[in-house]
Write a protein that binds this ligand. Structure first.
Ligand SMILES: C[S@@+](CC[C@H](N)C(=O)[O-])C[C@H]1O[C@@H](n2cnc3c(N)ncnc32)[C@H](O)[C@@H]1O
Length: 260
């Protein structure tokens, strides 16, 4: 306990963790979350633990927490899936809620664990230019941004949060190569969370995994408002399939919809 307190204090003093927590988790979110909603001890303690591992604000993590809780309480069948995991913070929230429910629900995590591939011409805007390091020819080659290792994810899930290794499947590789193969191993899906930033990364997730989502299941799109390419991939998919997708905004970028 003393060692834990000391190491937490050191982090506080150096400022990195508390700075990230306040800036990303709270300041980035205050417009979308009423103040009283931050006074939730379970969420506070969990989000504090994962905040250095997630590119997410309170609104986003809280929505993932609530949707997973809903899925557990209503006993909706199917796995939890995240495509685009980075250091695993958001996945850790889903896994923690599922573990508390003791539902034996599987969590599937897909990522290159080499960071972003090149963008394409569909990925418009200055942010996409920066995130792709100006490499926009669509090759499945790492551009050196958003890089995290599979061991960082394992360490968070299994060493820090003590989650069951048997309920979590982590698949390393480009979505374009892994998803067509794993689609049949995953089976029904209760929550499909897509966080791959690019047009092609989003498109390939929807094309391969949307049909696995059960009726009443949720599809969460992290970058709908932030990256025009991601938005285009979602809008085209919804139109092509003539889906009645009512998008619910989580914050300035993230949305989710429920499969009918
Ligand atoms: C924004 S980060 C994910 C953030 C994470 N969900 C979180 O909550 O912090 C985007 C991730 O998508 C992955 N990614 C993007 N396109 C990919 C592709 N085509 N195949 C595999 N991984 C991809 C990157 O490696 C990166 O880890």
């Amino acid at each position: 306990m003393r060692v834990f307190m000391q190491s937490e204090l050191r982090r506080l003093v150096t400022g990195s963790k508390i700075h990230r927590f306040l800036s990303l988790m709270i300041l980035d979110s205050w417009k979308y979350v009423p103040l009283r909603k931050y006074l939730n001890f379970r969420k506070l303690s969990l989000f504090w633990k994962v905040c250095l591992h997630a590119q997410q604000n309170w609104a986003s993590l809280s929505s993932v927490y609530d949707l997973t809780t809903f899925v557990e309480n209503s006993r909706l069948p199917g796995a939890l899936v995240e495509c685009g995991v980075w250091r695993g913070g958001c996945a850790a929230v889903m896994a923690t809620v599922a573990a508390k429910a003791r539902s034996n629900r599987k969590l599937w995590l897909f990522d290159s664990f080499e960071g972003m591939p090149e963008a394409t011409q569909e990925d418009l805007g200055e942010d996409a230019k920066w995130l792709s390091n100006n490499r926009m020819s669509g090759r499945l080659a790492p551009v050196g941004r958003n890089v995290a290792s599979i061991n960082e994810v394992r360490s968070l899930l299994f060493n820090e949060l003590h989650l069951e290794t048997s309920s979590v499947m982590i698949v390393k590789g480009w979505f374009q190569n892994t998803l067509p193969e794993y689609q049949r191993h995953i089976g029904p899906v209760a929550i499909l969370r897509i966080d791959g930033d690019w047009y092609e990364s989003t498109r390939v997730c929807l094309e391969n995994l949307y049909d696995n989502v059960v009726a009443g299941g949720f599809i969460i799109i992290d970058d709908y408002g932030f990256f025009p390419g991601c938005r285009k991939a979602v809008d085209e998919f919804v139109e092509r399939r003539a889906l009645k997708a009512r998008l619910t905004a989580i914050d300035y970028s993230r949305v989710y919809f429920r499969k009918c």
